[in-house]
Ligand binder design. Structure first.
Ligand code: OGA
Ligand code: NI
Length: 383
């Protein structure tokens, strides 16, 4: 595909002040951008110097932490199987981090460095191939095995994000190699196998952190579904106007994030945006809304976002443990073993599907779906 075909007037909503029309036809701008199938990368490759209006975000007033250096916990998993004491120490750290931060990084997690590097390279190759090859996977139909597009919520979110994504559903029904894009098929299969194993370990530690038997979360299918999102955040000519990912919390059970060394991910902690610094060899773990719900708020699903930069494109691979893309009628509510008279359930039961449907229906503006599933507070005297 010749990038010069993606002309500014056709696929961006850059405004020429001399011909500015009184009405801004956002929908048609979104459509013409979408129809290029070239994503944000296509805009950048076409040479735009200004961020089109559909990508402009309204920024809230939380500043990035600068004074006191707080950072998300880093947990070394090396001794997780050494003995009971080392295990309990690690479980304690996981418990604390999952409650107070909802985010932590792990080291010595068992996924070899070269597998992580190759996965990032594979994702980069996918986005940096020609548009024609990518566009074979272009779709908004998430029942498909592989879906490539820019902004899954392009038509419903208040502002578009400065990133392109390819989504692959990897479990419970693993893909045949030929169903995956050739540029990263082998590494995708290898990396996802490793991510599943790490997921099993993390769900064991999280179960233990809740005082449950190690298999508890796995047995209720928290590790059953794996959806992998490879993101590409192109360089941005005006980073102050847009975001690579707007403020949100992940809606599954757990996310394992692989980021390259560019940086940009931030976590909202005590009302401040804290950078999650790229750490060699580490993976970022975060609690999703559904785990907050079943843990009855013992764990917290925390808002995060990605800022853009004008220096270097960024690649990340987010692996979501969720059954959002598979039919599943299991009901999830606060885990009974965690409840007592002093700790009554805070949420109603829901299927993953109903939870996600509600999440998507809100127009993805960054507000949590959890309050909608809250039980009303029992009045005094109720049991
Ligand atoms: C996500 C996400 C962060 C990143 O995919 O939900 O928050 O660094 N990604 O790409
Ligand atoms: Ni996220």
């Amino acid at each position: 595909m010749d990038y010069s075909l993606i002309t500014k007037s056709k696929c961006t909503d850059e405004e020429d002040p001399t011909t500015r029309k009184p009405e801004y036809d956002r929908l048609s701008k979104l459509k013409s951008f979408d129809e290029t199938r070239a994503g944000v990368k296509g805009l950048v490759d076409s040479g735009i110097k200004h961020v089109p209006r559909m990508f402009h975000h309204q920024f809230e007033n939380n500043s990035v932490s600068c004074g006191i250096q707080v950072s998300i916990p880093i947990i070394d998993l090396e001794k997780v199987k050494q003995n009971r004491t080392t295990r309990e120490e690690i479980v304690g750290k996981v418990r604390n981090a999952s409650k107070t931060w909802g985010f932590f990084q792990v080291l010595n997690h068992g996924i070899p460095m070269n597998v992580m590097e190759e996965m990032k390279d594979g994702a980069r190759r996918f986005f940096e191939q020609d548009v024609e090859s990518k566009s074979r996977f272009f779709s908004r139909d998430y029942t498909k095995r592989v879906v490539y597009n820019s902004n899954f919520d392009l038509y419903s979110a208040p502002a578009a994000k400065w990133r392109d994504t390819v989504v692959c559903s990897m479990a419970p029904d693993p893909p045949k190699p030929e169903e995956l894009p050739a540029v990263f098929r082998d590494i995708m299969l290898e990396y996802s196998k490793q991510v599943m194993n790490l997921g099993y370990l993390l769900f064991e530690l999280l179960s233990e952190a809740l005082g449950l038997n190690p298999d508890y979360l796995k047995d209720i299918d928290c590790a059953k579904g794996l959806v992998m999102l490879s993101h590409y955040y192109p360089i941005c000519p005006q980073p102050e106007l847009t975001l690579g990912s707007s403020k949100h919390a992940d809606n599954g059970f757990l996310t394992i994030l692989l980021q390259d060394n560019v940086g940009g991910l931030q976590v909202l902690h005590q009302n401040q945006w804290i950078n999650v610094p790229p750490t060699p060899g580490a993976l970022v773990i975060n609690i999703g809304d559904l785990l907050q719900l079943i843990s009855n708020d013992r764990f917290t699903s925390v808002d995060h976002r990605v800022v853009t930069n004008s220096a270097s494109p960024r690649v990340s691979v987010a692996s979501f443990f969720t059954t959002a893309l598979v039919p599943d009628t299991r009901l999830y509510g606060p885990i009974k073993e965690l409840l007592s008279q002093n700790n009554p359930p805070k949420y109603k039961e829901t299927t993953v599907k109903d939870f996600i449907t509600y999440f998507n229906s809100k127009g993805l503006s960054g507000t949590s779906p959890l309050p909608h599933f809250k039980l009303s507070k029992p009045s005094h005297g109720d049991k």
